[in-house]
Write a protein that binds this ligand. Structure first.
Ligand SMILES: [Zn+2]
Ligand SMILES: [Zn+2]
Length: 140
């Protein structure tokens, strides 16, 4: 069922639905956000024979077509996610996890549109997530 979804998703972006790409998308769907190294180790546990070059090539073509989105966070390696609704990111400095946060970034356009020409808006927030805050309390 889910495999079918990825097949049509790839076709929607004019990409050939190869078994490898479907595995990449499945891993990204499960994890949400992965750096290329994280994705590589997950993919290699499914397809041990896959080369690093193949992984990079596939990720690049999916980014170029707009199916994957690069998530750039200060001080963290670029992560990739499946493109979806516009959102901001929260990065937990303790567990290094990236969370999607739904915020309306259109107010930024309204605020500075007259002074600047905006190409894209990339909002990221850093701090400690709820889970890590709980763990902290358990320890102390
Ligand atoms: Zn955390
Ligand atoms: Zn995201």
């Amino acid at each position: 069922m889910q495999q079918l979804d990825f097949t049509s998703l790839l076709k929607q972006y004019n990409l050939k639905a190869t078994p490898q790409r479907i595995i990449f998308l499945k891993e990204l769907m499960d994890a949400g956000h992965l750096s290329i190294e994280e994705l590589e180790s997950r993919v290699k546990s499914v397809i041990p024979t896959i080369s690093t070059a193949t992984i990079y090539k596939n990720i690049n073509s999916m980014v170029q077509k707009g199916l994957l989105n690069e998530v750039k966070l200060p001080g963290v390696k670029t992560k990739y996610e499946i493109t979806k609704y516009k959102h901001a990111h929260f990065f937990c400095k303790s567990c290094q996890k990236v969370f999607d946060i739904k915020v309306d970034t259109s107010c930024i356009y309204q605020e500075i549109d007259k002074e600047f020409s905006i190409d894209e808006i990339d909002v990221s927030v850093q701090g400690i997530c709820r889970e890590c805050l709980k763990d902290d309390k358990k320890v102390s």
